[in-house]
Design a protein around this ligand. Structure first.
Ligand code: GLY
Ligand code: MN
Ligand code: MN
Length: 460
């Protein structure tokens, strides 16, 4: 938790930007695994955490912009709770620590909501992603839970996104700590991976590194020898000489800030010739993005320039042909790179995705629906303070290749006979986390191996 001034300032900025309304910001509740007393690890809602800082379940924050008042609703601990859980800090004093003077028992929330309805207040809700929160708000404000989304406020979404997209120096420091824990997780995995191990054994070793720093993971770890499946969460395979690993994993530090990194490395001590060749193209793509990212360029332009590097490289290797500008415009290269170049990073690994990807990553132009481009989460103009990922990939997805070939798709740009020679290749991705500075960009975290010889040096 930061000092109370930080939260007071964040709420004041929101109030200034909103000008009017009653903001209802529910925190997350405990989420049971299999019965009520056995919960998943608690994870606070990132908007609640940003404005109210309290990493405690079952709270609702309220910002009354019109009356310049703030409230935390919660249920304070009973003697029973103290017997089972030990001495607890009273929520009232917790609320004071984040600059909120009005702590109110949750039993009063319905009355508060009824009064707001009677006074015909301008209610401002964000989109909700948990059924219990939808039920809680719907009951209090007499809404239909099955169409809760019609009550969501675009004005509030836009104000929150605008504020949270630009990270403060303090936030950057916290994200960088998460990135360095993430880095340590990857270095450990690259060092311990050996033929004969199960994928889950390496996952255990790398997640132990996060735990050692009092961190959790920012999403389910992807550690797979089948990296052609973009988000492969299966960990049951036995590793063999010649296999290629895609490791996409990140730490979520105890402050809530996230890291997100992908490395690709061989199970053998060295990459094969062919793996090395495609890996060098992957790093060319990454470096094209590194060269271009700076204030004012749109991330869509960066993505498309990276796609051109890929297509040129594939042409040089005989897998693509024809005019590369036109091939990329048509989307032919997406057979190898069907996802976007990156996304915003912060208190969520895909920052604020719950508020709507397009609000976060787009501004005055619409998202395109072409295969590949439709998965581009970040497209807007980059500004100082933005923190986001750069994550090019090259994949040989057998089913995609088969279906496009059968449909004679892009035969003017794709040499299917050559592509098929790579059908068992698998996939590769390389991902780093970047900050836009006043005149350029900086990769967050300590130096991370990038070139194949740097990776092989760790595989000794
Ligand atoms: N960890 C998922 C991603 O890189 O977007
Ligand atoms: Mn990732
Ligand atoms: Mn990512």
């Amino acid at each position: 938790m930061f000092s109370k001034d930080i939260y007071i300032e964040r709420r004041n900025i929101l109030k200034t930007n909103l000008k009017s309304g009653l903001v209802i910001l529910p925190g997350n509740q405990e989420s049971p695994r299999n019965y009520k007393g056995n919960d998943y690890n608690f994870e606070q809602d990132s908007c609640f955490l940003y404005y109210f800082g309290m990493n405690v379940p079952n709270l609702i924050g309220v910002i009354d912009v019109d009356k310049n008042q703030e409230y935390i609703f919660g249920t304070d601990f009973t003697l029973d709770d103290i017997v089972w859980m030990g001495e607890q800090k009273l929520l009232k004093s917790f609320a004071e620590d984040v600059g909120v003077k009005n702590f109110v028992e949750m039993t009063e929330f319905k009355k508060f909501a009824t009064k707001a309805l009677e006074e015909n207040r301008e209610l401002l809700f964000l989109p909700q992603y948990r059924a219990e929160t939808v039920m809680q708000l719907s009951k209090a404000f007499e809404l239909n839970p099955f169409e809760f989304e019609i009550n969501v406020s675009e004005k509030l979404i836009r104000a929150v996104v605008e504020q949270r997209n630009t990270k403060s120096a303090l936030e950057i420091e916290e994200i960088e700590k998460a990135v360095n824990i993430t880095r340590a997780m990857h270095l450990e995995a690259i060092k311990v991976t050996k033929p004969g191990m199960k994928e889950y054994e390496v996952v255990a070793a790398l997640e132990a590194v996060a735990a050692k720093y009092n961190a959790s993971t920012s999403f389910h770890t992807i550690f797979t020898k089948n990296g052609q499946t973009l988000h492969n969460h299966y960990h049951g395979n036995t590793l063999q000489e010649g296999d290629l690993i895609v490791l996409d994993a990140g730490a979520r530090a105890h402050t809530g800030y996230c890291g997100d990194m992908t490395t690709t490395f061989p199970v053998s001590k060295k990459f094969s010739e062919r793996q090395r060749d495609i890996y060098s193209l992957l790093i060319e793509m990454f470096e094209k993005a590194e060269e271009l990212i700076k204030p004012e360029i749109t991330y869509k332009e960066v993505h498309l320039e990276v796609c051109k590097v890929l297509a040129e490289g594939m042409k040089k290797r005989g897998l693509m042909k024809g005019n590369i500008e036109e091939a990329v415009k048509a989307g032919a290269h997406a057979i190898f790179f069907p996802h976007g170049l990156g996304h915003m990073l912060g208190l969520d690994v895909h920052d604020m995705e719950a508020l709507g990807e397009n609000y976060v990553g787009y501004e005055d132009f619409p998202r395109e629906m072409q295969f590949g481009l439709k998965s581009l989460r970040l497209a807007r103009k980059l500004k100082p303070g933005y923190v986001f990922t750069v994550e090019p990939g090259i994949y040989f997805i057998p089913e995609l290749i088969k279906r496009w070939k059968e449909a004679n798709k892009f035969t003017e740009y794709l040499n299917y006979d050559e592509i098929e020679k790579y059908i068992d290749f698998g996939g590769m991705r390389y991902e780093g986390d970047f900050l836009i500075t006043d005149n350029g960009a900086r990769r967050l975290g300590d130096k991370m191996p990038k070139y194949f010889d740097e990776i092989e040096a760790l595989r000794k």
